[in-house]
Design a protein around this ligand. Structure first.
Ligand SMILES: [Zn+2]
Length: 564
């Protein structure tokens, strides 16, 4: 597979160089503009490697990623430029070009001040549990168009497709905008888990037996029937844990079956293999203009084992598939297969390929979450304290944030590699009391409070030398991107290598969690273009429009970058 990828790219690059040379040599007066150098691609394939740090491409065997990176345009100093540095934020920043404060939700928690989601104003929700329609309501309230809108007006009738494991990633990316009835024409994610107690003799019980326990299957909108055959290829086990529920630190946030790993059942492979197989089936069977493929394998492994601090176990180990290296290398194989599929269909040289991540990662060298098995799953999660939140109440927080809880003024607190707090009473006196407590929580380097369209720095603690320059040049701007009415009243930034959520985590403003790979490739593009140009994730959507030759008609926080 890798051999075939390599030969494809050699020939594509050669023909692109040849075409440019003929134009330049044939008519000295003509400058090889985008028009003369070849028409822009009409399709875009975005492949997102959830939680991939840029160095993984070289640290691990990721030849397909490297090949596109090294022959396309690589923004090697790219970073998110916003908070929260989380899946549920990034997936819609990528689709909208907006920073969180103009997007409708800014973090893992949302305060419904205007009663958009229910009659109770000020109700707290966890955004990871919002559904497709609720994300749509928040998008429509802001009223911006998304990538799918532009693609559909440029190429009516062609489909925009989103596929990935996580409901909140896929639903937020696909959520409908105000401008037409656009929703991703097709979006595919995993269902929730099947019953642990299927009725004896039922088809559920039979499938449960086939798959070796509880299972998940393709869910979403307009899921094609070729993906949904009952108990077929796209049904996967949701019970096996591959040792992650009995080992530390993975037991804090263990696997449930083959949602994020391929698994051992060759007829029902899960993980990023499932995502790519579904994507390739749709490439082949649908008339599409855009596809957003989001692969969650690296993220799950990173949360369980400590991201860049994880070390691969030996082949044959029960936990072999559960580690970061395995996940990264498998995701790269899937990328290669998808590129081969497009090439085979004769569509690769008409496709803009974008490779990125939704955030980076760090790990809990200092870890302040609860360390018990399952502490970061379900209602016991380390990430949330929300005694009245919807749809789930979270009221069993880590003892580390007890001083904050003791203020009796917390509507919600989210803690990962930063801490955000929504207050019940935000009077000056109460706010300052809570800020003082947050300033003294372990790992905190700076605290901020929300004031209109920005955050005000309250106080700083000593910042490690290695983080000073990054903090000084980015922190304030990054925190400001949360300054919407639904956002947190208070923010505390943490030192790098401090986590409260899972053992490997992200969510804050440190360089480790903000840096992301950012690669654009198409057959017509300038070759081997490494650029240190400032590039932030909100720039992706406008840059895609520009590369496809589609006029941007609505302002975005992000700016289009040239890929030449
Ligand atoms: Zn993510």
């Amino acid at each position: 597979m890798i051999q075939s990828r390599r030969s494809v790219f050699v020939s594509l690059v050669a023909s692109a160089v040849l075409a440019a040379g003929v134009l330049a040599g044939g008519n000295a007066a003509a400058s090889p503009t985008e028009e003369t150098a070849g028409s822009p691609p009409t399709k875009v394939l975005i492949v997102l490697f959830d939680q991939m740090r840029p160095e993984y491409a070289d640290r691990f065997y990721m030849p397909n990623f490297r090949e596109l990176r090294d022959s396309g345009t690589n923004f090697d100093q790219a970073y998110l430029g916003y908070m929260g540095s989380e899946t549920v934020i990034a997936h819609n920043v990528l689709m909208s070009g907006e920073t969180p404060k103009n997007m409708g939700w800014v973090d893992e928690a949302y305060r419904d001040r205007e009663g958009l989601l229910g009659s109770n104003t000020d109700q707290m929700y966890t955004t990871g549990e919002l559904n497709y329609d609720q994300f749509g309501t928040l998008v429509q309230d802001k009223g911006y168009p998304k990538l799918g809108d532009y693609l559909q007006s440029a190429q009516p009738g062609k489909k925009f497709i989103v596929v990935g494991q996580k409901a909140y990633a896929v639903d937020s990316a696909a959520a409908a905008s105000a401008h037409d009835t656009f929703d991703a024409d097709i979006h595919v994610k995993f269902s929730s888990r099947s019953s642990s107690t299927p009725i004896a003799g039922s088809p559920d019980a039979a499938c449960n037996a086939t798959l070796g326990g509880r299972y998940r299957f393709p869910d979403g909108k307009n899921v094609p029937t070729y993906l949904t055959a009952f108990c077929g290829r796209y049904y996967v086990n949701s019970a096996n844990t591959y040792g992650t529920s009995t080992a530390f630190p993975s037991w804090i946030y263990p696997l449930d079956g083959n949602r994020f790993v391929p698994g051992d059942d060759s007829a029902h492979l899960g993980g990023d293999t499932w995502v790519a197989d579904a994507a390739m089936d749709m490439m082949e069977n649908e008339d599409w203009s855009g596809m957003f493929v989001t692969m969650g394998g690296i993220d799950k492994a990173g949360h369980m084992w400590g991201a860049q601090n994880d070390r691969q176990s030996l082949p044959g180990s029960v936990d072999y598939q559960t580690h970061v290296q395995y996940a990264a290398e498998n995701a790269d194989v899937q990328l290669g297969l998808m590129l081969d599929k497009l090439e085979e269909m004769g569509e690769l040289d008409d496709t803009l390929v974008v490779l990125t991540a939704d955030h980076g990662a760090t790990w809990g060298e200092e870890y302040y979450g609860k360390m018990s098995p399952g502490a970061s799953t379900t209602s016991d999660t380390n990430w949330y304290y929300g005694p009245t939140s919807k749809p789930t109440v979270y009221n069993d927080p880590s003892p580390s944030i007890q001083p904050l809880i003791d203020t009796e003024n917390v509507a919600f607190s989210y803690q990962s590699t930063s801490i955000q707090t929504w207050l019940l009473n935000d009077s000056r006196v109460q706010r300052n009391k809570a800020l003082k407590v947050m300033q003294n929580l372990p790992g905190v380097i700076a605290t901020y409070w929300h004031h209109g369209n920005k955050y005000v720095l309250n106080d700083k603690n000593p910042i490690p030398q290695s983080e000073k320059a990054w903090f000084k040049s980015t922190a304030q701007d990054i925190v400001n991107t949360m300054a919407d009415t639904n956002g947190p009243d208070l923010v505390a930034l943490l030192r790098d290598k401090v986590s409260y959520g899972a053992y490997g985590d992200h969510g804050g403003a440190s360089e480790s969690v903000q840096r992301v790979p950012m690669v654009f490739w198409s057959a017509n593009m300038a070759e081997g273009n490494d650029t240190s140009t400032t590039f932030r994730t909100p720039d992706v959507m406008p840059t895609i429009l520009r590369a496809l030759g589609i006029d941007q008609t609505y302002p975005t926080d992000g700016q289009a970058s040239s890929l030449d």
